[in-house]
Design a protein around this ligand. Structure first.
Ligand SMILES: Nc1ncnc2c1ncn2[C@@H]1O[C@H](COP(=O)(O)OP(=O)(O)OP(=O)(O)O)[C@@H](O)[C@H]1O
Ligand SMILES: [Mg+2]
Length: 285
C-alpha cells in the first residue's frame, strides 16, 4: 500500500532531501551509513535524527543497527519520492483507491488531467529471485537493490506502452517516475472476470492485437486472461514489463506460450476449439 497522499503533502523539505540522499546512496549500500547521510545533508545531528524518526514512523525508511547504524528506503519512501515528483510536475493531483494488486505491483486510481491508473512496480521485495531468473534486464549478480530493479521494470513497461500505443490496444502511457507508471484508467474488468457475449470475436481481437504488437517488434511474454481487460466490449492488453523483442533468440517459444495461454483459456471457459497453427500464422503472417 503506497503511503497516503496526506503524508506526502506533509513531508518537510528536509525529509524529502533525506529520502533522495538515501535513494542515491543505495546504489552503493544496502544500508546507507548514518554518517554518510549526515555528511551529505549538512543539518544538525538532532534535526537529522528527528527527520529520520518521522520517516521511520511513516513507513518510508527502515533502520538497521548491525553492523553499523544504517538506513534504507522501504516501498513507502520510494512511493513518496515518485508521487512527489509526479505531483510537482502536475501529472497527478491526488491518489485514489487501490484497484489491483499483482505479484509484482500495486495499482491505484489517481486523478490527473483525466482519471488515470498508477502502477507501482515492486520487484524484488517479494520476488527478487524469480525476477532475476525470469527477466533478462536483471544483471547477473552484484548489488542491485529492489528500488532500481523496480524502476527498471517500470521503465520497460513504459517503453513498451509508448512503442505500442496507439497501434495496439493498450492503456495510454501518460508518464513515469522511478518505479511508477501512470497510464489511462481502464474502465472495465479483467477478462477472467467476464462472461462474454461474443467470445469468438474477443479471441480474434486479442490475436489481432498480438499481431500488431509483434509487427511493432514486441511480444508480451505474460499474455493470459489476467492481463487482458475488457472495456465496452473491446480488449485492452495490460502488464508489459516482461516483454521480449521479436528478434530475441527465444521469441518464437515465448510467442507460442502467449498464444497457447489465450487459446487454452477460450477452450476452457467457452469451449472454443481453434487450431494453434492457424492462430500462430495469424499472428506472425
Ligand atoms: N490501466 C489500468 N486500469 C485499470 N486497472 C488496471 C490498470 N492496470 C492494471 N490494472 C489492474 O491491476 C491489476 C494488476 O496489474 P498488472 O497485471 O499490470 O500487474 P502485475 O503485478 O504484473 O500483475 P500479475 O503479477 O498478477 O500479473 C490488473 O489485473 C488490473 O486489474
Ligand atoms: Mg498482471
Amino acid at each position: 500500500m503506497p503511503v497516503s497522499a496526506e503524508h506526502i503533502r506533509s513531508l518537510h523539505k528536509y525529509e524529502l532531501r533525506i529520502l533522495s540522499i538515501i535513494e542515491r546512496w543505495m546504489k552503493r549500500y544496502s544500508w546507507v551509513p548514518l554518517e554518510q547521510i549526515k555528511n551529505t545533508i549538512g543539518l544538525s545531528e538532532s534535526e537529522t535524527d528527528y527527520r529520520l524518526r518521522r520517516l521511520i514512523g511513516w513507513g518510508m525508511v527502515r533502520f538497521n543497527p548491525v553492523p553499523y547504524d544504517g538506513y534504507a528506503l522501504v516501498s513507502g519512501g520510494y512511493d513518496a519520492l515518485a508521487l512527489h515528483a509526479l505531483t510537482k510536475k502536475g501529472t497527478i493531483s491526488a491518489l485514489g483507491s487501490l484497484i489491483g494488486e499483482g505479484k509484482e505491483s500495486v495499482v491505484h486510481e489517481a486523478i490527473g488531467l483525466c482519471p488515470v491508473a498508477i502502477k507501482f512496480h515492486r520487484i524484488g521485495q517479494r520476488s527478487f529471485s524469480s525476477a532475476r531468473t525470469n527477466r533478462e534486464y536483471m544483471p547477473a549478480g552484484g548489488h542491485f537493490p529492489w528500488i532500481f530493479a523496480s524502476s527498471r521494470s517500470a521503465e520497460r513497461e513504459y517503453t513498451a506502452l509508448c512503442a505500442l500505443h496507439p497501434k495496439v490496444s493498450v492503456p495510454v502511457p501518460v508518464d513515469r517516475n522511478r518505479h511508477a507508471v501512470v497510464m489511462s484508467l481502464v474502465a472495465g474488468p479483467n477478462l477472467n472476470r467476464c462472461r462474454l457475449d461474443d467470445p469468438k470475436q474477443m479471441l480474434e481481437e486479442i490475436l489481432d492485437n498480438t499481431r500488431f504488437a509483434y509487427r511493432a517488434g514486441i511480444i508480451h511474454a505474460d499474455l493470459s486472461e489476467f492481463n487482458v481487460m475488457v472495456e465496452e466490449g473491446r480488449c485492452i492488453i495490460i502488464d508489459w514489463p516482461q516483454w521480449v523483442e521479436a528478434g530475441h533468440p527465444n521469441a518464437q517459444q515465448v510467442l507460442q506460450r502467449d498464444i497457447d495461454n489465450i487459446l487454452a483459456y477460450f477452450k476452457r471457459k467457452y469451449d472454443i476449439t481453434s487450431s494453434f497453427e492457424d492462430a500462430f500464422q495469424c499472428v506472425t503472417g
